[in-house]
Ligand binder design. Structure first.
Ligand code: 3PG
Length: 317
């Protein structure tokens, strides 16, 4: 899997600035503990190359990018230190051409259609949109999505917990980046626990895992209907009878035929099933083969193991 794909599965890219290279490892460990093994270490300080080298050495599982790369020399240094990809705030043809010629993944900053067309000339598939909020935010990205059908966007600049979901909801947005998970006062005070907490919150918000329905196995179709009627009486929710199950509201599925799970199943919705699967696998959960729709998009995937007699599956919201 290439690094751009990994960034897209991770969905969030914390943007980091360290004055002391020795802070980089505990900082990135805090991100990893928050469920996000990803970091963009920026060349805004002279500590960047050494910080990248230390993280590469001590946290090899971290998907490591170098940010604010403004010169070819910095790009070279970043890669030598162990960065797997190069990001920059603007579109610098010299940096992009150096990276492309040397097979280094590069995500240049673009702030207008001309920049994106320059990136297309180099065969790039993902560009950073910076500074996204100042440029017009989601509205600006929607306008760019029309003409550039095959270009993915990684917006940064002014993103935070209150607007990141609006960006991630756009199909062309492959990941979002920002410094809000790594507040500078937390870095200054070496408050790694705060960074872990902010990161956990961001991942949770991004995935949006939420109970959708509980499926309950029944001994026979007649039992399923009888139990559904009882639940409907209890909750006032309507019965919707189908071939394999009778739903009561959207919340209760009384299975007429045997479905996965000893007692039944639990459906958990998510904003992005592919990304949720990746994050949960990173946490140690194992999954069965996913289900796909006619367009080849993953729609549902079961955990390998039951929880308390219930099979658990993710569902694309
Ligand atoms: C970047 O390098 O992309 C930005 O500085 C990140 O912007 P933010 O600090 O507003 O998240």
């Amino acid at each position: 899997m290439d690094i751009l794909e990994k960034l897209s599965l991770a969905g969030l890219v914390p943007i980091i600035k360290v004055d002391d290279a020795n802070d980089a490892v505990p900082l990135c460990r805090a991100l990893v503990e928050g469920g996000l093994p990803v970091a963009e270490i920026t060349f805004r300080t002279a500590a960047a190359p050494e910080a990248i080298r230390l993280v590469k050495e001590n946290l090899p599982e971290c998907v490591l990018a170098a940010g604010t790369v403004l010169t070819v020399e910095q790009a070279r240094q970043a890669v030598e230190s162990g960065a797997g990809c190069i990001l920059s705030p603007g579109f610098n043809p010299k940096v992009v051409s150096y990276c492309v010629e040397n097979g280094i993944p590069v995500i240049p900053g673009c702030s207008c259609p001309s920049d994106i067309e320059a990136a297309l000339e180099f065969g790039l598939k993902l560009v950073k949109i910076f500074p996204a909020e100042s440029l017009g935010g989601v509205k600006f990205l929607k306008a760019l999505s029309g003409p550039y059908v095959n270009m993915g966007f990684a917006p940064t600049g002014g993103l935070n917990e209150s607007n990141m979901l609006d960006y991630l909801a756009l199909p062309k947005v492959k990941c979002v980046g920002g410094s809000w998970m790594v507040p500078s006062d937390a870095v200054k005070n070496k408050d790694w626990a705060k960074i872990t907490e902010q990161t956990k919150r961001a991942v949770k918000l991004m995935l949006g895992l939420k109970l959708i329905h509980v499926g309950i196995n029944n001994a026979s179709p007649e039992d399923a209907l009888k139990n559904a009627a009882l639940m409907s009486k209890l909750t006032g929710l309507p019965v919707k009878d189908g071939n394999s199950a009778a739903f009561v509201g959207d919340e209760f599925e009384f299975c007429k035929v045997k479905k996965p799970g000893t007692l039944g199943h639990i459906a958990i919705g998510t904003n992005n099933i592919v990304r949720a699967k990746w994050h949960l696998e990173y946490m140690g959960f194992e999954f069965d083969e996913p289900g796909y729709n006619a367009e080849g998009k993953m729609t549902s995937v079961y955990l390998k193991d039951e929880i308390a007699g219930f099979a658990v599956h993710l569902l694309q919201k």
